[in-house]
Design a protein around this ligand. Structure first.
Ligand SMILES: NC(=O)c1ccc[n+]([C@@H]2O[C@H](COP(=O)([O-])OP(=O)(O)OC[C@H]3O[C@@H](n4cnc5c(N)ncnc54)[C@H](OP(=O)(O)O)[C@@H]3O)[C@@H](O)[C@H]2O)c1
Length: 252
């Protein structure tokens, strides 16, 4: 990247998994990483590990379901840097295991929506003034192939028979946020894109770090690769309103 001012990148849910890996990779592109984490201890530990690996990282407490924390994080970024270059909305959960839509509890779905969708929208709305101050700037929403309506309705897709209503609907909603925000923010110099990491060996959905990686599950570097690619494009790159993965473009 050839930007003259330091690229400041906030990643939500960056204390582990794909978010942490993304932080590690992006430092190599000269970005200063704000490590968003809801748990102070886990966040500070992640920063320690990143710094030991030579990454320029700063912890920022950010539970995406906590509006007061979101406001405080925006205030802190404003005071410390005055702007934000890249927002990577990565924090996400999958609570409901695969089960028929007719049986899934709406309580479970609400929890998934609170983090995956409402949390993402609240963080984004709070950061938009900082992104405007830093423009050209970008928002990258970490979505999922499981949220693709195109794949869910394609009998030839392996997602045709997948059923996890809360998670899938929350990620489809993330994509809708991408579509609408990309159109709204194009005149402000802010691009908005969705990325699917793909099935990745993390703690996602309660998976243990010790469990054996099943065939087809990729390692975390591959899971972060498309996010890193999108975040490494020049800030002024015009690509907006897309949904991509390592293999190319996905149907909405
Ligand atoms: N792994 C996959 O197969 C896969 C596939 C497609 C899409 N994705 C998406 O990729 C993203 C990252 O997932 P991952 O695989 O890295 O999972 P992960 O290892 O479980 O990491 C999820 C991250 O989100 C954070 N988080 C959860 N609730 C939060 C909240 N309320 N506020 C702030 N942070 C919160 C977690 O923090 P704590 O450490 O505090 O729990 C953690 O840092 C998610 O959006 C997920 O939907 C993953």
């Amino acid at each position: 990247m050839t930007e003259s001012k330091q690229v400041i990148t906030l990643i939500t849910g960056a204390d582990k998994g794909i978010g942490f890996e993304t932080a590690k990779e992006l430092d190599q592109k000269g970005q200063h990483i704000l490590v968003g984490a809801r748990d102070q201890q886990r966040g500070e530990k992640a920063v320690e590990k990143l710094e030991a690996a030579g990454v320029q990282a700063t912890f920022i407490q950010l539970d995406v379901t906590n509006k007061a924390q979101i406001a405080a994080a925006a205030e802190k970024i404003k005071a410390d840097y005055g702007y934000l270059s890249i927002l990577i909305n990565n924090a996400g959960i999958a609570m409901g295991q695969h089960q028929p839509a007719s049986e899934m509890s709406t309580e479970t779905m609400r929890q998934e929506f609170d983090v995956n969708f409402f949390g993402l929208v609240d963080v984004t709305q709070a950061m938009i003034p900082l992104l405007k101050a830093g423009q050209p700037a970008k928002i990258i929403n970490v979505s999922s192939n499981m949220g693709s309506l195109g794949l869910a309705t394609d009998p030839n897709s392996r997602f045709y028979n997948v059923s996890s209503l809360g998670y899938q609907a929350s990620k489809a909603s993330v994509d809708f946020a991408t579509i609408l925000l990309s159109k709204e923010l194009i005149t402000e110099g802010i691009t908005v894109n969705s990325v699917n990491p793909g099935w990745t060996a993390t703690n996602f959905g309660g998976r243990s770090s010790e469990s054996i990686k099943p065939a087809g599950m990729q390692d975390v570097a591959m899971g972060a690769a498309q996010i890193v690619k999108m975040a490494s494009l020049p800030l002024a790159d015009p690509q907006t309103g897309t949904f991509t993965e390592n293999e190319g473009t996905l149907p909405w």
